[in-house]
Design a binder for this molecule. Structure first.
Ligand code: GLU
Length: 309
């Protein structure tokens, strides 16, 4: 029998001795304040068990992990029409690169690089006021996690808004190609706020369960998305969820995952569980250094992967 709690304790213990813990993101001033000594991890299983270790109950900025949830919402709103405005190929470039966008005439490679996620936010905005849409995104995530305490960290949202010049460049560029349908400030307002949602590892693991359970949220017994869409979302997480480190993550961990520059990673174990890990120090690709190490240790012991080996 797999003792997941002992396994998490062992991982946490092993990593506490790690001296090279990566570098916290400093291009968003509010995130630069994070302490890279944090480490938390949680596993929520589809049959209702929860295991956690370390700082698993401490909220952190989910950043790009929010892109999984807004992608789910956008597909719910316009279905496969989304793929006319954003691709689904790994980018092979940095998460905030503008070069590729010029070559590909304003259609971003995938929904998880910043440009693609900004298009997705524009779809979710759908002619509403940014405030309403931001509320809709938070309500959606609260429903997924079955937890009404999930909030936006307004200081992080403000910090991103004040310094998000690159994202503004990407958005303006896409607007010039007609691939943003709302004023740039409105779409970015939604994008910055979704990135600034704060969640704990426990909340995040619970919120990912619908993707491990064929589209049905086991916490509330409600259907979130059809099964075929789960397959698509998980595929994009596998191929594009770690930016330019996505191949490496698939190779070393072998599960669909999405990272954020706050140091969180959400991982889906189809038909079994959702895992969230957080440690703010990042590797050069912008993915949590200890988080990735922890996941490698976990899959080595559990044998969890999507390749049947
Ligand atoms: N809010 C961040 C940005 O737009 C998200 C990046 C990330 O988490 O990878 O730069």
């Amino acid at each position: 029998m797999l003792d997941l709690q002992s396994l998490l304790n062992d991982i946490s213990q092993t990593l506490s001795n790690q001296t090279d813990r990566g570098k916290v993101a400093d291009y968003i001033p509010e995130l630069a304040k994070q302490d890279n000594q944090h480490f938390g991890m949680a596993i929520a299983t589809i049959d209702g068990q929860l295991f956690s270790t370390g700082d698993a109950f401490e909220p952190f900025s989910i950043q790009s992990i929010s892109k999984v949830f807004t992608l789910t919402m956008a597909l719910g709103k316009i279905g496969d029409k989304l793929w006319e405005r954003v691709g689904r190929e790994p980018s092979g470039t940095a998460f905030n690169s503008i070069v590729q966008l010029e070559q590909e005439r304003g259609v971003p490679r995938n929904p998880f690089i910043n440009a693609g996620a900004i298009v997705v936010s524009d779809v979710v905005l759908a002619d509403h006021q940014p405030k309403e849409t931001i509320g809709e995104i938070v309500r959606f995530i609260r429903c997924l996690a079955d937890d009404d305490s999930i909030m936006i960290d307004e200081d992080v949202a403000q910090s991103e808004g004040d310094t998000g010049f690159r994202n503004a460049a990407l958005a303006n560029y896409m607007r010039a190609f007609g691939n943003l349908h709302h004023p740039v400030e409105e779409t970015l307002d939604v994008y910055f706020h979704q990135c600034a949602i704060a969640m704990t590892c426990v909340q995040l693991a619970r919120s990912g369960l619908y993707l491990a359970n064929g589209g049905m949220n086991p916490l509330t017994a409600s259907k979130v998305v059809p099964r075929h869409r789960v397959r698509r979302i998980n595929a994009i997480m596998m191929t594009c969820g770690h930016y330019d480190g996505s191949g490496e993550f698939a190779f070393c961990v072998g599960l669909p995952g999405k990272s954020g520059v706050g140091g969180g990673i959400l991982v889906i174990v189809p038909d079994k569980a959702a895992i969230a890990v957080w440690s703010p120090g990042l590797d050069p690709n912008g993915n949590s250094k200890l988080g990735t190490m922890a996941l490698e240790m976990l899959v080595a012991k559990t044998g969890w992967n999507v390749f049947g080996a």
